[in-house]
Design a protein around this ligand. Structure first.
Ligand SMILES: [Ca+2]
Ligand SMILES: [Ca+2]
Ligand SMILES: [Ca+2]
Length: 428
């Protein structure tokens, strides 16, 4: 077992890097989708059931006023950026329907307006961004100084029965904090060291900047976009890299849609995408369903740059979200296919190593990997693959409400210091 897990080191490093952030856009998209579905259901019921009943008892019903008679559905919600910021979701014509309680409710049709090639949706409008040099980098920047997994203390709080550093949110509403990835890490700790050491080294190599767009007030602002970049240190500032942007697009590696209330930024939806695989890999894994709670304070120097701190008694700001075996193993398969030319896979191009339906490992048929192909040698080793599959068999959140857990919760503590961005390489 130890050998198997040791062998997984080259893989796990990038996996951990992936889970650093999480997303806020999911809930917005799903709200839009839900609204549409609800309207459909209400309409269907009216047509099939209620109307028939009305016809049968027509004379009685004529006395009942239509709850929708006086309702004008002419206040569609504001346009919103969709999850991946590739398009703008715009609400259109409204119609009134009677809800389950007999009250009138307006439903609005929505349509996605793509931002187009080189476009990105920021602050609920499409921006044209031909290259990274044109990206609308902001001036309210926080450079992460702490980024680490919660639930690693090993101490249990006698009052809650949870780790004293449990993080971050109760994603499924059962009264306990969810962080299955934190538990997975504990199995990895003998091989990779503590999460604290691991992630601080990661931040040292690849500083992460969070860029708060559209901040009109640090006390109360209903619409704030948070965009994040991976960069490298540049004279006390951070120089963003193209790394992590979705290849061929200007969609950034981290994005959240949120608000500020009482000096605290809350993310309502979003995603965090990170590269996995060997260095230079263009394989990305995404954490979604992001939530965040970050106390913001302004730098003393008048620059407007921001520090990120804890809310209340928490040790740091909180970000959490979910990943899934489909995400993790899908990225793993793509990484193996792209990087491992020394291997003849047993599976097909869609699932060379791990079957995406059963999550069973598919043995390789031939292997000529050498020491210099260490990542491939390990990742295509059946024992390693089985260890990986069992390690991530830890679904604990039901993201689609169908009664079955389908995602792995992740919770991170973060702190940030005011810092500046400098132009990406080649853009001055
Ligand atoms: Ca829970
Ligand atoms: Ca605003
Ligand atoms: Ca489910």
């Amino acid at each position: 077992m130890k050998k198997k897990l040791i062998a997984s080191l080259p893989l796990i490093v990038p996996l951990a890097a992936l889970t650093i952030g999480a997303p806020a856009c999911d809930s917005a998209s799903s709200q839009v989708a839900d609204t549409v579905n609800d309207a459909d259901v209400v309409d269907a019921n009216d047509d099939a059931g209620a109307d028939t009943a009305q016809r049968d008892t027509a004379e009685d019903d004529t006395a009942t006023p239509d709850p929708c008679a006086e309702v004008a559905c002419d206040s569609p919600p504001e346009a919103r950026c969709e999850l991946h910021r590739a398009s703008l979701t715009v609400a259109g014509d409204g119609s009134c329907a009677v809800d389950d309680d007999g009250a009138p409710a307006c439903e609005y049709a929505t349509a996605d307006e793509p931002c187009g090639e080189g476009g990105v949706c920021i602050l609920d409008r499409c921006e044209t961004v031909p290259s990274l040099c044109d990206f609308p980098f902001g001036a309210r920047i926080s450079g992460l100084t702490l980024f680490t997994l919660g639930g690693q203390s090993g101490e249990i709080d006698p009052d809650t029965g949870e780790p004293t550093d449990a993080c971050c949110f109760d994603l499924d509403g059962d009264g306990t904090t969810d962080n299955a990835f934190g538990e997975i890490w504990k199995d990895l700790e003998p091989f990779f060291g503590t999460a604290s050491d691991f992630f601080s080294a990661l931040l040292g190599r690849a500083p992460t900047a969070l860029d708060f767009h559209g901040v009109d007030s640090l006390e109360d602002d209903p619409a704030v976009d948070l965009i994040g970049y991976i960069g490298y240190p540049a004279d006390g500032a951070i120089r963003p890299l193209a790394l992590g942007f979705q290849p061929g697009t200007m969609l950034p590696p981290i994005a959240m849609a949120g608000r500020i209330e009482g000096g605290v930024f809350y993310a309502d939806d979003g995603y965090y995408r990170f590269a996995i695989g060997v260095e230079g890999s263009q394989v990305f894994l995404e954490v979604s369903n992001l939530r965040a709670e970050l106390a913001l304070t302004e730098a003393d120097d008048g620059s407007g740059q921001l520090a990120i701190g804890p809310v209340g008694d928490a040790p740091a700001g909180r970000i959490s979200g979910t990943t899934s075996r489909a995400d993790v193993f899908g990225a793993f398969n793509r990484g193996a296919l792209q990087n491992c030319t020394c291997t003849t896979f047993g599976g097909d191009d869609d699932a060379p190593v791990i079957d995406m339906t059963t999550y069973a490992c598919i043995p390789v048929t031939e292997q000529t990997c050498t020491e210099s192909d260490a990542w491939c040698r390990y990742t295509t080793n059946p024992l390693y693959c089985e260890a990986l599959v069992s390690l991530f068999d830890r679904d604990d959140v039901d993201t689609d409400g169908d009664g079955t857990d389908d995602a792995i919760s992740v919770g991170f503590w973060i702190l940030g210091e005011p810092t500046a961005l400098v132009a990406p390489n080649g853009c001055e």
